[in-house]
Design a protein. Sequence first.
Length: 189
Amino acid sequence: MTLDGKTIAILIAPRGTEEPEFAKPKAAVEQAGGNVVVVGLEAGEAQSVNHDLDPGATFAVDKAVRDVSADDFDGLVIPGGSVGADKLRGSQPVVDFVHAFFAAGKPVAAICHAPWTLVEADVVKGRTLTSFPTLQTDIRNAGGTWVDREVVVDQGLVTSRNPDDLPAFCAKLVEEFAEGRHAEQAVSA
């Protein structure tokens, strides 16, 4: 699969995004020929974490979420990390940005705690997805069907449970981004 000519956004939260769940999907998109734009709450830098508590590497943030639109991208990656996911779902500009990808039928990949942002964006109703197990009640309460699988693809939405699932997650997100828009993905704006 090639992502030549495609631009993919990847979200990052300051001091909270799980490093491998950010770095490995980013590398997978780049290795497939895609252009990655790192989007954060603010432009500048954001420090990742490992196992939610240990400081990780610092990454450049290309654009603040308030300065971008889903129209600028072909797909979106939302990494996990419980602290980072909570920060992202608490930002209305992030929630609106995520919702806009679904309204446009563009592929989205979310791993671990990232589906919290999908719940907040009101895009899980009628979908089957996976996540870190502690989110299953939130997903069900939002109208989704939660399953315990390494990777789940539902109409352009790719989800996985944790860093152990990254090989399958990265392979599927590249595949879905290469396929492009999914008419069935669209939700009402």
